[in-house]
Design a protein around this ligand. Structure first.
Ligand code: ZN
Length: 469
C-alpha cells in the first residue's frame, strides 16, 4: 500500500524502531538477569515452563548481542528501499533494476551471518532465524531425498494421460457467496471468529495482533474458485495455530510459534491434507452445490479431481501440492550459491531459468515470471524459502500420526467433524509453543525424525489413483 514517495520516511521509521528494539533486547542488565536465572533453580527443569522460557530468551539474547546495532539499522533501511526497487523491477520485468539492491542486501546478510557465527556454513546462521537449531546440511539431505522421489512422480502424473477438467473451477463464483462459504468452512475447521477476522487484501496473510486478535486475509477472483477458498483454509490453518497458543504465555517463548516450518505445516495441513481430500468434500460439496449454481451439474468426483490438478507452472504461490516443493528447491539452492559467492548476480536469472527447466521442465518467458516473482530476497528474507518445504514435510508426518492415533480421519471429515484433529494439534503442537525445537517436537510427536517418506507416500496415495494407476 505504501506509495513510492513514502519510502524515504518509512525507511527512517523502520531504522529508528529496529534500533530501539535492538537496544532493549541487548540491554546489559537484561543480559545479566538472564545469565543468572538460567543457572538458577527456576530453570532447573529445562523443558518446564519457566526453564523453557528462560532458555529460549537467553538463546535469543545471545544471538542479538552479536549483531552490531548499525547492521540491524542498515538491514531495516535497505529492506524498505530494496522492496520498492523490487516492486518496480517486477513491474518492468527488468532484473537489472533490482540487481544493485539485491547485491547490497546479500552483502549485509553475509555480514549478519559472520556476526552471528555458524556451525558449518553462513547459510546456517540465516536459516536459524526462521528455523531455530536447523542445519543447512540436514535440510538439504531431506530435500534431496524428496527431490529424488518427486521428479519421477510428477513425470508419472504428467505421462499418465489423465487430466481433470479445470474449466469447471473458472466458471462464475460470486465473491459474496465465496466469502460466506469460506467463512463457514474456516469456522467449521476451528478458526474462532470471536478471536479473529477474515478480510480482503492484495496479498493474503495471517497475523496475530494479540492473544485474541488474529487476522487472516484473502482475495476473491470471481472466475477462479481455488484462490480464495484454499487460501482461506491455508490462512485459517495459520490462524488456528495462533489461536491455539497459550494466552497466559503471550509474549514469551512458550506462547509463540516454534518455527516457520511448523507454522507452515499447520496451514498446509488444513489446506491440502484436509481441504483437498475426498472425505472433506463428501461433507462440504452438497452445500457448495447449493450455493454455487456453477457446480450444480458437476459430480463430486470430477470436482475433487479438478481441485487436485497437478501441472508444472512458473509461479510458486500458484503451484499445486506435488510441484510446489520443486519451486522451493530452486530457491534454496540458488540462495546458498549466492551467499557463498558461487553464483554471480549477472548469472542469477539464467541459473534460475535453467533450474526451472531441470526440475519442472519449463522455462520462464521473462524475469517477472522468473527470478523476480518473490518479495523475499528484497526484504532480506534469505534462508526463509526452505521453511515452506519443511512445512509440507512436517504436515505429512503429523497428519500420518494423527490419522493413526485418531483412528482414520476420513471418517471424521466425511461427517464434518474436524474437532478431533484440531484438538490433537492443539495439544501436541500449539500449546507447546517453543518448548522444544521444531525437529525435536516432530520427533517427540511422531516418534521419528523428519523424513521425506510420509509426504511422498501421501502424494502417491492421492495422485496415483487419480492420474496413473
Ligand atoms: Zn503460509
Amino acid at each position: 500500500m505504501l506509495p513510492p514517495a513514502g519510502t524515504e520516511h518509512r525507511a527512517q521509521q523502520m531504522t529508528l524502531l529496529s534500533g530501539m528494539i535492538h537496544d532493549r533486547w541487548t540491554n546489559a542488565e537484561f543480559g545479566h538477569w538472564l545469565a543468572e536465572l538460567v543457572e538458577g533453580p527456576l530453570a532447573a527443569d529445562p523443558d518446564g515452563d519457566m526453564g523453557a522460557n528462560l532458555r529460549r530468551l537467553k538463546r535469543e539474547y545471545d544471538k542479538k548481542v552479536k549483531l552490531p546495532k548499525s547492521l540491524v539499522e542498515e538491514l531495516a533501511q535497505t529492506a524498505v528501499f530494496a522492496q520498492q526497487a523490487w516492486v518496480e523491477a517486477r513491474r518492468q520485468s527488468n532484473f537489472n533494476h533490482f540487481r544493485p539492491w539485491l547485491g547490497k542486501m546479500l552483502a549485509l546478510k553475509r555480514q549478519e551471518a559472520e556476526s552471528l557465527g555458524y556451525a558449518a556454513c553462513p547459510y546456517d546462521a540465516l536459516l536459524d532465524r526462521y528455523e531455530p537449531d536447523a542445519r543447512t546440511a540436514d535440510v538439504a539431505a531431506v530435500l534431496a531425498g524428496l527431490r529424488q522421489q518427486l521428479v519421477p512422480l510428477v513425470q508419472a502424473i504428467r505421462q499418465g494421460g489423465r487430466q481433470p477438467d479445470v474449466s469447471i473451477l473458472h466458471r462464475s463464483f460470486p465473491p459474496d457467496v465465496q466469502q460466506a462459504f469460506g467463512r463457514m468452512a474456516a469456522a467449521r475447521i476451528g478458526f474462532d471468529f470471536d478471536r479473529g477476522r477474515l478480510d480482503v487484501t492484495a496479498h493474503p496473510f495471517c497475523t496475530g495482533l494479540g492473544p485474541s486478535d488474529c487476522r487472516i486475509t484473502t482475495r476473491y477472483d470471481e472466475h477462479f474458485f481455488n484462490e480464495a477458498f484454499f487460501g482461506i483454509l491455508h490462512e485459517a490453518g495459520h490462524g488456528i495455530y495462533e489461536q491455539g497458543l497459550l494466552p497466559e504465555q503471550y509474549g514469551l517463548p512458550l506462547g509463540e510459534a516454534v518455527s516457520l516450518g511448523i507454522h507452515e505445516s499447520q496451514s498446509r495441513l488444513w489446506e491440502n491434507f484436509v481441504g483437498r481430500s475426498l472425505a472433506f468434500w463428501q461433507f462440504f460439496y452438497p452445500d457448495a452445490q447449493r450455493r454455487f449454481g456453477a457446480l450444480a451439474d458437476v459430480p463430486l468426483g470430477q470436482f475433487h479431481f479438478a481441485v487436485n490438478d497437478v501441472r508444472p507452472s512458473l509461479i510458486r504461490t500458484e503451484a499445486d501440492e506435488a510441484t510446489y516443493n520443486l519451486h522451493i528447491l530452486v530457491r534454496f539452492e540458488l540462495e546458498q550459491a549466492l551467499l557463498n559467492d558461487e553464483l554471480s548476480l549477472d548469472d542469477l536469472p539464467g541459473a534460475w531459468n535453467a533450474k526451472y527447466e531441470e526440475y519442472l521442465g519449463i522455462t520462464p518467458p521473462d524475469a517477472a515470471q522468473g527470478v523476480l516473482q518473490d518479495i523475499h530476497w528484497s526484504a532480506g528474507l534469505i534462508g526463509y524459502f526452505p521453511t515452506y518445504a519443511l512445512g509440507n514435510l512436517n504436515a505429512a508426518q503429523l497428519f500420518r500420526q494423527a490419522d493413526a492415533e485418531l483412528g482414520g480421519l476420513d471418517r471424521h471429515f466425511a461427517q464434518g467433524d474436524f474437532q478431533p484433529l484440531r484438538q490433537w494439534l492443539g495439544e501436541k503442537i500449539h500449546r507447546q509453543g517453543q518448548r522444544y525445537s521444531a525437529a525435536e517436537l516432530i520427533r517427540r510427536v511422531t516418534g521419528q525424525p523428519l523424513s521425506h517418506a510420509p509426504l511422498v507416500d501421501h502424494l502417491r496415495r492421492k495422485f496415483g489413483p487419480l492420474y496413473y494407476e
